[in-house]
Design a protein around this ligand. Structure first.
Ligand code: AG3
Length: 285
């Protein structure tokens, strides 16, 4: 008997991403959520939290390159970086490619995500033990309150605005993130799909606009996320997103799977339907 097993992440009971399953490698329940690792035919191993796709071996590069290189190349000399969430380690791996970075603090609420990633996703979790990495197991909503003028970049690598992640999508939290930034600090957050999660995308952008003076969403594919097209948002108190370290951008371009200097510019292009969502003007005469 050959079983034909498929996994679907259902989105609002209207659409789904479906992948053929080879084998379930891990299933467990932590203090915060259900954690699964499934081996899939098309995308390799996949990490699920509460049944939502967090990352897969084959398409994680889009997400992790975008959340790291876009904000960090905007900063001239990022030394201290805070990653919120990100227990799988993919963002750490990409941030470590920036030689100016001396210390990365990972603030992850659920230690089990880190342990499971270490055991099942070695290509993503590879750098969790790097000497530059300082892991805090704590709710970032609390952690950030004590951090003033402490980081050159804050990267919010969270799950959806549901369950343990809700507190990471509030005006108060974003204000604390802003205060945790040093002068010329930059922030980037994952901000949901402009295709499948329009309500959330709009809401998060509106909140960010209340707190930061520069708020620029950017877009890339993530084939295994709802809608297939994802967004992150770059925020600062004045720095516009542009490459400030050209030599490093060239280095990163040589070995990245998605990132290059043309992509850096292209990702900030806002499609017209998204301009409508954000109530931005289209063609100006
Ligand atoms: N964070 C997950 C983004 C949200 C995906 N949402 C979904 N599948 N409904 C990425 C974790 C990778 N470090």
């Amino acid at each position: 008997l050959v079983l034909d097993i498929w996994f679907t992440e259902k989105h609002e009971d209207k659409q789904g991403i479906t992948l053929k399953v080879k084998k379930t490698l891990y299933s467990g329940v932590s203090e915060f959520q259900k954690i699964d690792v499934i081996d899939t035919e098309a995308f390799g191993r996949m990490l699920l939290l509460d049944g939502l796709v967090m990352t897969t071996e084959k398409d994680e590069f889009y997400y992790h390159e975008m959340i790291s290189h876009i904000p960090l190349l905007t900063h001239l000399n990022p030394e201290r970086v805070l990653i919120i969430g990100g227990g799988d380690g993919g963002t750490i791996r990409e941030v470590l490619r920036h030689p100016s970075v001396k210390e990365i603090v990972l603030c992850e609420i659920d230690e089990a995500v880190i342990d499971v990633s270490r055991d099942y996703l070695p290509s993503i979790a590879c750098c969790l033990d790097d000497p530059k990495v300082d892991i805090h197991i704590e709710d970032a909503v609390e952690y950030i309150k004590g951090q003033k003028n402490a980081f050159d970049a804050v990267l919010i690598d969270s799950t959806d605005p549901l369950g343990p992640g809700v507190g990471l999508f509030t005006e108060e939290f974003y204000t604390n993130v802003k205060e945790s930034l040093r002068e010329n600090g930059v922030m980037a957050a994952q901000t949901e799909s402009p295709v499948a999660c329009q309500k959330e995308f709009k809401l998060i952008n509106a909140l960010l606009n209340k707190v930061f003076s520069v708020v620029k969403p950017y877009f890339a594919p993530v084939p295994t996320y709802p809608g297939g097209n994802w967004s992150w948002t770059f925020c600062s108190q004045g720095l516009q997103p542009e490459i400030r370290n050209e030599a490093l951008a060239i280095e990163l371009e040589k070995t990245s799977k998605y990132f290059n200097r043309d992509i850096y510019k292209a990702v900030f292009a806002v499609p017209n339907y998204v301009k409508d969502l954000m109530a931005l003007p289209k063609a100006v005469k």
